[in-house]
Design a protein around this ligand. Structure first.
Ligand code: BGC
Length: 747
């Protein structure tokens, strides 16, 4: 009887609820029905208010209907501090201290999609706990030039590496009920002139390289939102570019997410209405110089749009199409019952941060100096030189700047790791602390004093650990401006050379999101590149220096000898950074290792045929794409290949750890034509990679997969993907230039 009554009551409650709960609030109803229901209840003004900002980082919901607003925040390395409602000034809250995760370039350097999954999960827990719905990131613009001030926020020069690494990041963020806002769509590959430069790029390079990671993020990870870029393509701003956003993204790729403008990237109402933009953010309404009091009503997609609909000049269906996308985003995030509560600054997050940092550090050179095992150097004098040993690299750099609760610096971590040694520090050089300090304003006398002091101390030490590189100041790795040059600044080239002249036991450690020149390379026995490592920078570095961790990162970008060796830098200002607001990607698909791989004669022919300004021979890279050393060594067996049904092919190879330490190796598979192709093609292109973990003496069989589609190229005649029948080579590689085995196959 009792049971019956309780069942009866449950049924009654359910019926009752059903009667009261409108469909749009019913989490069990199909998403599209909820959207239509909500839409049918909204006034014109409510619809309009969803399509633009209501503060610096939020867009409105519908308070009357209990539809939540969207809380957005940068992105992409941690949850940015709270800013004032209407300004860029910090709100000075005391509960918004976070963990800074490693830069996305570092994540890419792990070549380990499991690290992306850990990253996505941890960062979104911080966002969720801070009450955020949309994470403004990650970024997958391509490293076309090493001068790009924002390369550290992206995932390197190769579209397959970036795709494979970005997909799990997005999946694991969104799994927690937080949306990714993938940026910057598309061709935002430089910061110089970013608001007005129009990018001229061949259809083929656009498809094969620049759009590719975005396409994979849409198709495989189903990113819920995306950010349009500031620059133009086909002379139309990418935030409301009909051909790009409606044509490719929404129609061709079938994307159902919401397109968010970059902050201040909207410039015109007609284009904003018809060009595929859904949410307008960050607009300065008065000629982009200042904001008026009622700034949000003055947005292009606010009153002007509302009036056009009222006057019947724009059909309601155009407005509804945008509102649907925004409602979908809200239901997926702010009103998602599965959204996690998350947590902030948990030990687990610091652990993830350290682990990713350790796997992303790349050992570039080691002549038997590393690791410096603490027991072996007990009692020795270690001199740490360089500003980055103590400088906070989570600060500066633009919108990715983070307010961290605690960071461990390289110096602190080295002091802890080598507690049995005398650890000294010399700053060595000064870069200026404020973001806008420029190198030419830095006191030369002060720099000379620091230089001389460091060299003097280096003579007396047993080991020097140099910790320098780039930083997050304007003119270095920083948004809204590119790097001032390819060399390290602040007199570091001279300093490193002078230190190496007096101290043979020198380890050079550099931070930075970009490659740089190394005129001193031959003089130093050991070199580590660390990108930016976030809150656990010091501990990740000390782990690798000491051998507690065996380095396993590989380069996501080519380190060339000279700036002019990059193909994008061969065409004068036209090729970079552009003239008369036009930049031409004349190198086409021959960017990054695709360029360095070409035989010398082919490089020359290409340069001549494209009328390059600089025809001098291209130098061998200092370190090629995909390169990275370990404290152990790996032997590759002879690869074999077999067809796998409709799918494609499987390449199998044995990899053996032939050294004394456990280690991880990134096995890379590139594919290229063996016979002649009817179109220009790179010698080989990365198609698959996997990271294997091996104990000393251990062998593992590694399977690498090639899908049929991996053979395709973008055919500019048919405007589609095309596969040429013929013979192909599959190259099993340890880096883009270290080919360990080749097998050929036919299609
Ligand atoms: C940047 C975006 C960023 C936005 C909000 C813009 O200037 O380009 O990447 O998300 O500001 O801070």
């Amino acid at each position: 009887m009792k049971r019956f009554v309780s069942f009866f009551l449950t049924v009654l409650t359910a019926l009752n609820l059903n009667a009261q709960t409108p469909k749009y609030l019913d989490n069990n109803a199909p998403m599209e029905e909820r959207i239509e229901d909500a839409l049918s209840r909204m006034t014109l003004h409510e619809k309009i208010s969803m399509l633009h900002a209501q503060s610096k980082f939020t867009s409105a919901g519908v308070p009357r209907l209990g539809i939540r607003q969207l809380n957005m925040d940068d992105g992409p390395h941690g949850c940015r501090e709270e800013l004032e409602w209407n300004t860029w000034s910090p709100a000075k809250w005391t509960n918004d201290y976070v963990v800074a995760f490693p830069s996305l370039t570092c994540l890419a350097a792990t070549w380990n999609p499991d690290m992306s999954a850990l990253y996505g999960n941890a960062i979104s827990e911080e966002f969720a706990f801070r009450g955020k719905d949309v994470l403004l990131g990650p970024g997958v613009n391509m490293a076309r030039t090493p001068l790009n001030g924002r390369a550290f926020e992206y995932m390197g020069e190769d579209p397959v590496l970036a795709s494979e690494m970005v997909v799990p990041y997005i999946q694991h963020v969104q799994q927690n009920g937080v949306a990714c806002c993938l940026k910057h769509f598309v061709l935002n590959d430089q910061e110089t002139d970013r608001f007005r430069v129009n990018v001229n790029v061949s259809e083929r390079a656009l498809r094969e390289i620049y759009l590719r990671p975005f396409e994979m993020a849409v198709k495989k990870a189903k990113t819920w939102s995306m950010m349009g870029s500031y620059n133009l393509w086909q002379n139309v701003h990418c935030c409301h570019n009909d051909a790009l956003l409606n044509g490719i993204l929404k129609k061709e790729w079938g994307w159902d997410g919401a397109l968010v403008s970059d902050w201040g990237g909207t410039t015109n109402t007609q284009e904003a209405i018809y060009g595929g933009l859904d949410i307008e953010m960050g607009t300065y309404t008065d000629g982009k110089l200042r904001e008026s009091e009622f700034t949000y009503d003055d947005y292009y997609l606010a009153k002007p749009f509302e009036q056009l609909v009222k006057d019947g000049k724009v059909p309601m269906s155009v407005l509804d199409e945008k509102v649907r996308r925004v409602l979908r985003l809200i239901f997926r995030t702010a009103m998602n019952p599965k959204k996690v509560i998350g947590n902030q600054c948990s030990e687990a997050h610091y652990e993830v941060c350290r682990q990713i940092g350790e796997e992303g550090i790349v050992l570039l050179k080691n002549e038997k100096l590393l690791p410096l095992e603490p027991a072996a150097v007990q009692g020795k004098r270690i001199l740490v030189v360089g500003e980055n040993a103590t400088r906070s690299l989570t600060q500066g750099g633009g919108s990715s700047e983070l307010k961290t609760l605690r960071d461990i610096s390289p110096l602190e971590a080295i002091q802890q790791m080598y507690a049995g040694c005398t650890v000294m520090h010399a700053q060595g050089y000064v870069s200026g602390r404020a973001v806008y300090d420029r190198v030419d304003r830095i006191n030369a006398d002060e720099n000379k004093r620091l230089h001389d002091e460091a060299v003097r101390m280096a003579r007396e030490a047993d080991f020097v650990i140099y910790v320098g590189g780039l930083n997050k100041n304007h003119g270095q790795d920083c948004e809204n401006g590119d790097r001032e040059g390819y060399n390290l600044s602040f007199g570091q080239n001279e300093l490193i050379a002078d230190l190496a002249a007096v101290q043979k036991n020198i380890v050079v450690v550099t931070f930075g999101g970009n490659p740089y020149a190394m005129p001193w390379l031959r003089k130093v026995p050991a070199l580590l590149h660390c990108w930016y490592l976030g809150s656990e920078a010091g501990s990740a570095l000390a782990g690798v220096l000491s051998g507690k961790v065996n380095p396993s990162g590989k380069l996501p970008v080519t380190f060339a000898q000279r700036l002019e060796d990059y193909s994008s830098m061969r065409f004068g200002a036209e090729g970079y950074p552009g003239t008369n607001k036009q930049v031409h990607y004349k190198e086409g698909i021959f960017m990054g290792y695709r360029w360095f791989d070409l035989p010398k004669a082919a490089q020359q022919n290409f340069l001549k045929s494209e009328h390059a300004q600089d025809l001098t021979a291209v130098g061998q890279p200092l370190f090629p794409f995909g390169f990275g050393l370990s404290y152990t060594t790996f032997r590759y067996g002879k690869p074999t290949i077999s067809a796998t049904g409709d799918y494609g092919w499987t390449v199998t190879v044995d990899v053996t750890n032939t050294g004394q330490r456990a280690g991880k190796e990134v096995v890379q598979l590139y594919v290229g034509r063996k016979d002649k192709s009817g179109v220009a093609r790179p010698v080989k292109e990365l198609k698959y990679f996997t990271k294997v973990s091996l104990q000393p003496g251990n062998t593992k069989q590694v399977n690498l997969f090639i899908r049929r589609d991996d053979l395709s190229y973008w055919d500019e005649k048919t405007h589609g993907w095309n596969i040429e029948p013929g013979t192909y080579n599959a190259y099993v590689c340890a880096s883009s230039t270290d080919v360990r085995g080749v097998v050929s196959f036919k299609y």
